[in-house]
Design a protein around this ligand. Structure first.
Ligand SMILES: [Zn+2]
Length: 181
């Protein structure tokens, strides 16, 4: 069975359910891609992580108090190699965040983007963007966060919203540390 203590594991692709994506309402998608590409060029264009490195990194993210307090329902993060798929993809199934990462997309910005699809459920809307920025600031750094946020502002991308309404309502009784929101 899946356990909290093993936040990274391989997954039988045949059992995966896709979800969390609604293209009809996804008005910001192209602009988010554009903003992200500018930040990628500046900070991540020569970054090529192995799946083992990615597994270690997402496990370290999952292990933080910040992440667990903010997303109390998430039970783990699963990384798939993305073979046979031209594009990366992220979603949540049974409170596990999944991501498909084809080889060219194995850098931190895309990893956090796909992880965010498992944490916010408005496609590339304001809630997605707010959570994405928060993860970038926390797990990449202030400069990367500022660059991405500036690109969002320039492209008029809405990036404010509740952090994760679904998690917050359900997880309201869990202890939150000061400054974790
Ligand atoms: Zn996306």
């Amino acid at each position: 069975m899946l356990m909290d203590s093993s936040p990274f594991w391989s997954w039988d692709e045949s059992s995966v359910t896709y979800g969390g994506y609604c293209p009809d309402a996804d008005l910001q998608m192209e602009d988010v891609y554009s903003a992200e590409e500018l930040t990628w060029l500046r900070f991540c264009h020569d970054e090529h992580l192995t799946l083992a490195e990615i597994g270690k990194w997402v496990a370290s993210i999952f292990a933080t108090v910040w992440f667990r307090n903010r997303y109390p329902r998430v039970r783990g993060i699963a990384v798939h190699d993305g073979r046979g798929s031209p594009n990366p993809r992220g979603w949540r199934d049974d409170d596990i965040c999944h991501m498909h990462l084809p080889r060219p997309t194995r850098h931190r910005l895309t990893i956090l983007h796909e992880l965010t699809h498992g944490l916010a459920f408005d496609a590339h809307g304001p809630e997605f963007c707010a959570n994405y920025l928060a993860l970038v600031k926390r797990f990449m750094g202030h400069d990367q966060w500022e660059d991405l946020r500036d690109n969002f502002v320039i492209l008029r991308i809405k990036h404010r919203g509740s952090n994760d309404r679904r998690d917050r309502v359900v997880g309201a009784s869990s202890v939150r540390l000061k400054g974790s929101s």
